[in-house]
Design a protein around this ligand. Structure first.
Ligand code: ATP
Length: 240
């Protein structure tokens, strides 16, 4: 489904990604784990067309995405749920969701869009209870659910999730990961980047470890959970 090959990305003279290759098969949840500054956000922003790589390729099915404009990449079926849950604070929950469908409304159609919204409300009942509330007045966890829901409204081929746990209380993080497991069970294709390695590996099918802009280890989520190198690097978290 999504195939990334030898991606190199620089910020001026600073190289952030050194030839990253990875694959996200249809219907799978793939995670990229790594510490601060490893290059996770850079990777997702490059897939979405917000950053231009110096070389390499990003293919969605047969289509090459490198060089395409971000809105065309969204329309092709890549939805990006950015770090820091950027919702539109002055719009209601419902309006935020409607906007999520906007770029693909022609493909989706009004009827399907409303069905999509009902699906999101079934997945996140809290959003349904608060459908008329301004998004800026939701709790951090509710805003994260809304950000994920909004990305899903475009009926993406693949959903990119940038650290959905960021800044949330542990109990809310549990809730977010539970929802990600439900999305996986529904066959939504996802690429999740996370610092919380073990949480991500609990819900993922496959994982990559990124360090200093390079993939250092890859394998099934189970093999990575048992990998002594991963355990050593994320020891504090393994006990959590
Ligand atoms: P975090 O978990 O802290 O968000 P990350 O793994 O997402 O980290 P990136 O944000 O992708 O890491 O950053 C990768 C590297 O690129 C870092 O060394 C960072 O300092 C650098 N970098 C990121 N954005 C810029 C920028 N706009 N200009 C220059 N360097 C940048």
């Amino acid at each position: 489904m999504l195939k990334i090959k030898d991606l190199q990305v620089s910020y001026g003279p600073v190289r952030a990604l050194h030839g990253v290759s990875l694959e996200v098969p249809a219907g799978k949840l793939v995670c990229v784990i790594g510490s601060n500054g490893a290059g996770k956000t850079t990777l997702l922003r490059t897939i979405s067309g917000l950053l231009k790589p110096t070389s390499g390729s990003v293919r969605l099915g047969e289509r090459e995405l490198v060089g395409e404009k971000p809105h065309l990449i969204t329309r092709a079926g890549v939805a990006h749920c950015p770090e820091g849950r950027r919702v539109f604070p002055d719009l209601s929950v419902t309006d935020n969701l409607v906007l999520g469908a906007f770029t693909r409304l022609k493909q989706i159609g009004q009827v399907e869009m409303h069905k999509g919204m009902e699906n999101i409300f079934a997945l996140f009942p809290r959003l349904q209870e608060r459908r008329e509330q301004l998004a800026g007045t939701l709790s951090g966890g509710e805003q994260q659910m809304l950000a994920v829901g909004r990305a899903l409204m475009s009926r993406p081929e693949v959903l990119l999730l940038d650290e959905p746990s960021m800044g949330l209380a542990p109990i809310i993080i549990d809730e977010v990961f539970k929802r990600l497991a439900e999305l996986r069970a529904r066959g939504i294709t996802m690429l999740l980047v996370e610092q919380l390695a073990f949480r991500a590996l609990e819900v993922a099918d496959y994982g990559y470890v990124i360090e200093h802009g390079k993939i250092e280890i890859e394998g099934t989520a189970e093999s990575l959970r048992n990998d002594p190198r991963v355990k050593a690097a994320y020891l504090g978290q393994a006990a959590a």
